[in-house]
Design a protein around this ligand. Structure first.
Ligand code: ATP
Ligand code: MG
Length: 159
């Protein structure tokens, strides 16, 4: 089943010059980019995006992290893309994320370090975690006009 999912390259990925490297991972898996833009999120938007986390103890650190610079937001499309993208991204805690995943290969931060220092886990990427959240997040970040349906060269091989 073909799905769309939201991916954010968080400010740490942008500032470290990893935009191209990270996007390549998704392109290499045969996922199709349906929309993409750069956005500098403010506090109000952060609360909407991270609505399930607003009441949690780490939320203020998370808001500080996601608003500290621009993010690259993208919607990708593919077969079971929500699950596939989470697999490519790896576990939330980079310390535990497996090599071969984006978080495992390009970050190493731990929950323990984050909590001791009142920081959010710096883990480079956000990716929608379920069909309902993907639908909500895609609609929050992109208008219909910003999302495109088109054929890619390798359509016959990847879809
Ligand atoms: P994301 O939603 O960003 O894709 P995720 O789904 O892997 O990440 P969530 O549990 O939704 O993880 O947490 C959202 C983000 O909040 C994490 O990516 C991380 O940056 C931060 N975070 C989560 N738990 C903690 C924590 N205990 N301490 C500090 N930061 C945390
Ligand atoms: Mg999440």
């Amino acid at each position: 089943m073909i799905q769309r999912t939201l991916i954010l390259l968080k400010p740490d990925a942008v500032k470290r010059g990893l935009i191209g490297t990270v996007i390549t991972r998704f392109e290499q898996a045969g996922l199709k980019v349906a929309g993409m833009k750069m956005v500098w999120v403010d506090s109000e938007f952060s609360r909407k995006h991270y609505e399930p986390h607003v009441e949690k103890g780490f939320y203020s650190s998370l808001e500080e992290f996601i608003t500290e610079g621009p993010v690259v937001a993208m919607v990708v499309e593919g077969v079971s893309s929500i699950e596939v993208v989470r697999k490519i991204v790896g576990s939330t805690e980079p310390k535990e994320a497996l090599p071969g995943t984006i978080r495992g290969d390009f970050a190493h931060h731990s929950y323990n370090y984050a909590d001791t220092n009142n920081k959010a886990i710096m883990n480079l990427i956000h990716a929608s975690d379920a069909p309902e959240t993907a639908k909500k997040e895609v609609a929050l970040w992109f208008s219909d006009k910003e999302l495109h349906s088109y054929k890619v060269n390798n359509e016959n091989h990847t879809f």
